[in-house]
Design a protein around this ligand. Structure first.
Ligand code: ZN
Length: 195
């Protein structure tokens, strides 16, 4: 199970799973599917209201807000701090005929520049990927945070020619023996061969 200590950790793990699920099911997952994914990430459902479901672990709160033909999950710190809150949205874009999974800052004033997280764009007919998202599970190490990506994600990332760009902050990545360290945000990216 990944570590979800911060909103971005939950958003990355859920986005990767939604990407896989859209390709497998050839369509948008249901609210119940997303609820199960959140539970598999270690979140506990604490309440279900009219249309809204609230999940939490020790560090992060996730709000699942079902909308017509759209999945919306807000992630915020359980401390109530909103500056690092993120919104994950998944929907079918009729104009480009693709499924899209995006991670956006909830507070746009805090992030004047784009977060730099590449959206997942999946062709609605062939279910081939149209973008190069670098998503995976986080692990909290002793002195650093590690983003574990699987082989499929790594191969796509390589294809994009952007192996030197940090998938979290857009900073510069320095590769050394199969691991990459971001010189700006300090996260380490590793290719997880287990999956
Ligand atoms: Zn970085």
């Amino acid at each position: 199970m990944p570590d979800v200590y911060e909103p971005i950790m939950g958003a990355f793990s859920l986005a990767r799973r939604l990407w896989k699920m859209i390709v497998e099911k050839k369509g948008l997952p249901t609210g119940d599917d997303v609820a199960s994914l959140l539970e598999n990430l270690g979140f506990e459902r604490v309440c279900t209201g009219s249309g809204l479901a609230v999940f939490r672990n020790r560090f992060v709160i996730a709000l699942l807000i079902p909308r017509e033909n759209m999945i919306v999950v807000d992630f915020l710190s359980s401390s109530g701090e909103l500056s690092d809150a993120l919104e994950l949205i998944a929907y079918y874009d009729k104009e480009i005929e693709c499924y899209v999974v995006e991670i956006l800052p909830s507070n746009e004033l805090e992030y004047e520049e784009n977060l730099g997280i590449e959206p997942v764009i999946i062709d609605g007919k062939t279910f081939e990927l149209r973008s190069y998202p670098v998503l995976g599970d986080f692990k909290q190490g002793k002195d650093k945070v590690v983003l574990k990506i699987d082989r499929e994600v790594y191969e796509l990332w390589k294809e994009s020619g952007k192996l030197d760009v940090c998938p979290v902050c857009g900073g510069h990545l320095r590769w050394k023996q199969g691991k990459a360290l971001c010189t700006e945000c300090g996260i380490e990216v590793v290719v997880d061969e287990e999956h």
